[in-house]
Design a binder for this molecule. Structure first.
Ligand code: CP
Length: 323
C-alpha cells in the first residue's frame, strides 16, 4: 500500500480487516516493523479518537509518532498553485511538504472541508498536495470528502459483531445508514466513506435513508437502495449507522432538522434487534437518544476502541515491503 486515502487503496478489504483483528488479539506482534521509523501526524482540525488511536497504533508497531497541530502551531499554508502570497498564508505547501517528507517516513493528515465551495472541497487539494510534494506515503485521518480509517473500523466492528452472534448464520446482514439531525453544518465525509466502503465490500444488503434534499454524491452511494422513508429502511435492519451530514447538491446547507429523524427505542423495535454505530463525537438527544446510546444495542464504544486496530493494520501495510 502506497497511500491510504480511500477504499481504492485497498486490495482486499477482508484481508485488511483480518489483519486489524489479528492486531487486536496480539497488539505487539509486529513491533519490529516500525523500528527507527517516524510518523508525522498533521492536524488542521480537531480530533480525539483519530489522533490518539493512530498514535497508539504507530507505537504498537515500534514507530515514533509526532503530532503537529498545524492549525494552531504551524505557519498558515497556501495550497493554490501560482498564488501571489500577499495575504494571510505564510508558507506554500510546495515548500513545506518536501521538508516534512524528509522528517517523516509516513505523513498522516486531517483536513476538513470548507463547506463553502463543493468543487474545491471535492478536489481534495490539501491531501493531494501532500501526496504530490511530500515524497512519502500519506494516510488520511479524515479529508474533505472521506474518512477511510473510520470506515475500515466500521466494517471490522460489524464483522466482529457478526462473528460473535447468531448473525453469522445470515447470508447478508442488512446495514442501514440513516441521516440524523444536528445543530451544526457537518461534512458528508463519514457518510460518503461508509457508503463507499460498504458498497466495495459487497457483503451486505445496504440501505441509505435521509430526508429529501440530503442526497449524497452518487459516486459513493451507487449500489445502495436509497429511500426517504426511515421506518421502511429500518425494518429488519441488523446494523444501523447513524450520522448527520449537510446538503451535497445545494452545498453545505441545513434544510431541515426534523427531530423525528433521531433514532429512538421505538424505531429500534422495527429492526432485527439492530446494533447501532456512530463515528463519535455524538450530540446526545439530538442525533441519538440517551436510551439508545446507553443500551446494549449501542456498539459505539467498541467501535471507537477498534480505531486502534484499523490504523495499525493500515500503517503495517504501508511499512511492509510490497510482495
Ligand atoms: N470519529 C472520529 O474521527 O473522531 P475524532 O474526530 O475525535 O477523531
Amino acid at each position: 500500500m502506497k497511500n491510504f486515502i480511500s477504499v481504492n487503496d485497498v486490495r482486499n478489504i477482508n484481508q485488511l480487516v483480518a489483519k486489524a483483528l489479528a492486531y487486536k488479539a496480539n497488539p505487539f506482534a509486529d513491533r519490529h516493523l516500525g523500528a527507527d521509523k517516524r510518523v508525522g501526524m498533521l492536524f488542521l482540525n480537531p480530533s480525539l479518537r483519530t489522533r490518539l488511536s493512530t498514535q497508539i497504533a504507530a507505537v504498537n508497531l515500534g514507530m515514533e509518532a509526532i503530532v503537529f497541530n498545524v492549525d494552531k502551531e504551524g505557519w498558515a499554508l497556501e495550497f493554490e498553485d501560482g498564488a501571489i502570497m500577499s495575504g494571510s498564508t505564510v508558507e506554500h505547501v510546495k515548500d513545506a511538504a518536501p521538508i516534512l517528507g524528509q522528517y517523516f517516513d509516513i505523513i498522516c493528515i486531517r483536513t476538513f472541508p470548507s463547506l463553502k465551495n463543493r468543487e474545491d472541497d471535492y478536489s481534495e487539494l490539501v491531501i493531494n498536495s501532500f501526496i504530490q510534494y511530500s515524497g512519502v506515503p500519506v494516510v488520511s485521518l479524515e479529508s474533505a470528502t472521506l474518512h477511510p480509517l473510520q470506515s475500515l473500523t466500521d466494517i471490522l466492528t460489524i464483522k466482529e459483531s457478526i462473528n460473535n452472534s447468531p448473525l453469522q448464520m445470515l447470508a447478508k446482514p442488512k446495514i442501514v445508514l440513516t441521516w440524523a439531525p444536528h445543530v451544526k453544518v457537518l461534512p458528508q465525509c463519514v457518510a460518503n466513506s461508509f457508503a463507499q466502503w460498504i458498497n466495495a465490500w459487497g457483503e451486505a444488503e445496504f440501505v441509505i435513508t435521509h430526508p429529501e434534499d440530503y442526497e449524497l454524491s452518487a459516486a459513493y452511494t451507487r449500489g445502495a437502495t436509497i429511500t426517504h422513508n426511515q421506518d421502511e429502511a429500518l425494518k429488519g435492519a441488523d446494523f444501523i449507522y447513524v450520522k448527520n451530514w449537510s446538503t451535497f447538491t445545494d452545498y453545505g446547507k441545513i434544510y431541515s432538522n426534523d427531530p423525528l429523524w433521531m433514532l429512538t427505542e421505538e424505531k429500534l423495535r422495527l429492526t432485527n434487534n439492530a446494533r447501532v454505530l456512530h463515528c463519535l463525537p455524538v450530540r446526545r438527544n439530538i442525533e441519538l437518544s440517551d436510551e439508545i446510546l446507553d443500551s446494549s444495542n449501542s456498539i459505539v464504544t467498541q467501535e471507537a476502541g477498534n480505531r486502534v486496530w484499523a490504523a495499525q493494520a493500515v500503517l503495517s501495510e504501508i511499512l511492509s515491503p510490497s510482495p
